[in-house]
Design a protein around this ligand. Structure first.
Ligand SMILES: Nc1ncnc2c1ncn2[C@@H]1O[C@H](COP(=O)(O)OP(=O)(O)O)[C@@H](O)[C@H]1O
Ligand SMILES: C[C@@](O)(CCOP(=O)(O)O)CC(=O)O
Ligand SMILES: [Mg+2]
Length: 410
């Protein structure tokens, strides 16, 4: 029984290069994994208890749910259905007494919805789930999708009777889409596809053809800027929906043009045509401004990029704050890029990361595997347990292909 083992799952964040928001309307979009920024979910049997415990310290959520209470809820969601309103409201009533703010509520709803749908009552045993992430929460880098993928993988593993091996990726991806739907209502599915499969994809919602893998001739290096301005994907996606519904003749062609831009951008990336890619980054940001999803705090990054002449900046993800992506000119002087980053840090309190896009998708590790020595195992458990663990510690002990390579399976 896998439920008696201790294991961890993991999934990366993503960067949307072209096509955020228009992706929700079935238009093509291009995204890549930010594989060094990930969510990690530790699953431990909890022999002394009769509950499942959710420990999500990044969002200050601790929740115990009695298994007996959970089995009173009939979970009848099968894949391919729209979200089951009866299940959503049963979970909402269960959570009512905790009076959780929206951020915590959506995380608990996503977890419980997937747990109750995937793990049959007969397979549920007292378990402790600890979630840690090196992604900024609610910042446009797909933390919600990486959490949904990590949870879907863990739940599918809990109801498998085999050893700890990666569940089929297509099944993980489909369940993670359900999790994303719990968090933001109307996802395109691009974020969970990237968090599951990794790499870079040209994606269209509901397309009869599967997403196409993109292979640029050289690695895509970007500077990501986290403005620390909080926002919610759910609210921003709903805002675009109401603008579109009020003025379909204006916003319809704009969304169409955004999709055309993403396809053109995909070609430019694959041809290694940096000049065209940069121009498209600039236009794409303008389209997102027209959709109403920028923020003065994001414009600061774009204006500084222009002033220093180092490349082009666009918002990435749902916008309204969160993160921007800067694509650098080939000849951007290193000292000017350093000036760009330090000005954003010192003057505005923003955080910058230089990241190469692409890389591994979701992964799983059996911590009872004989290849994990006792000390490493204990340190990994301590890193999960301590709310003080820094991003560096999480990277050091958990990052697949990181310094302490656990036997992650992909
Ligand atoms: N580290 C985390 N721990 C628990 N829940 C998380 C974590 N990171 C993200 N989430 C969930 O994802 C939601 C944020 O998703 P969203 O608004 O789509 O932003 P983004 O996906 O761009 O980071 C949070 O409200 C929470 O439900
Ligand atoms: C706005 C959108 O295109 C991307 C949202 O990404 P994020 O949650 O802001 O990381 C929505 C979606 O595609 O599901
Ligand atoms: Mg999200």
């Amino acid at each position: 029984m896998t439920s008696s083992r201790t294991f961890a799952t993991s999934a990366p964040g993503k960067v949307i290069i072209f096509g955020e928001h228009s992706a929700v309307y079935g238009k093509p979009a291009v995204a890549a994994s930010a594989s060094s920024m990930r969510s990690y979910l530790l699953v431990q049997p909890d022999v002394k208890d009769t509950d499942i415990s959710l420990l999500f310290p990044d969002i200050k959520l601790e929740l115990q749910c009695a298994l007996e209470q959970l089995s009173a809820i009939t979970a009848s969601h099968t894949l391919g259905e729209k979200l089951n309103p009866a299940l959503t409201s049963a979970i909402a009533s269960l959570l009512e007494e905790h009076k959780l703010p929206a951020l915590q509520h959506s995380a608990a709803l996503c977890f419980l919805y997937l747990y109750l749908s995937i793990v049959p009552a007969s397979e549920r045993t007292p378990t402790r789930f600890t979630l840690r992430s090196t992604l900024p929460v609610g910042a446009g880098l797909g933390s919600s999708a990486s959490v949904s993928v990590a949870v879907a993988q863990a739940c599918l593993t809990l109801c498998s009777h085999d050893s700890i091996t990666p569940p089929p990726r297509d099944t993980v991806n489909k369940w993670a889409f359900v999790g994303e739907t719990c968090i933001h209502g109307d996802p395109s599915g691009i974020d969970n596809a990237i968090a599951t499969h990794g790499g870079a994809l040209l994606f269209a919602k509901d397309s009869p053809t599967p997403p196409r893998r993109l292979v640029p001739p050289s690695p895509i290096v970007t500077v990501l800027t986290y403005t620390r301005i909080p926002r919610s994907t759910k609210t921003l996606v709903a805002g675009v929906r109401s603008r579109y519904e009020a003025e379909p003749e204006i916003f319809g062609p704009l969304l169409e043009s955004m999709g055309a831009l993403a396809e053109r951008g995909c070609r430019a990336l694959e041809e290694g045509d940096l000049a065209t890619t940069l121009q498209l980054v600039q236009v794409c940001h303008g389209q997102l401004v027209a959709l109403g999803v920028s923020h003065p705090g994001l414009e600061v990054v774009r204006v500084l990029t222009d002033e220093l002449g180092i490349g082009q900046t666009k918002l990435t993800g749902a916008g309204g704050g969160g993160c921007s992506l800067t694509l650098l000119n080939n000849d951007a002087p290193e000292e000017v890029v350093t000036q760009f980053k330090s000005e954003l840090q010192e003057r505005y309190g923003y955080e910058t990361f230089e990241t190469t896009l692409g890389g591994s998708g979701c992964s799983i590790v059996d911590l009872d595997d004989a290849r994990v020595d006792k000390n490493t195992r204990q340190t990994v458990l301590d890193v999960f347990a301590s709310t003080e663990s820094s991003r560096e510690q999480l990277d050091n002990w958990l990052l697949p292909e990181g310094p302490t390579s656990l036997p992650w399976q992909f």
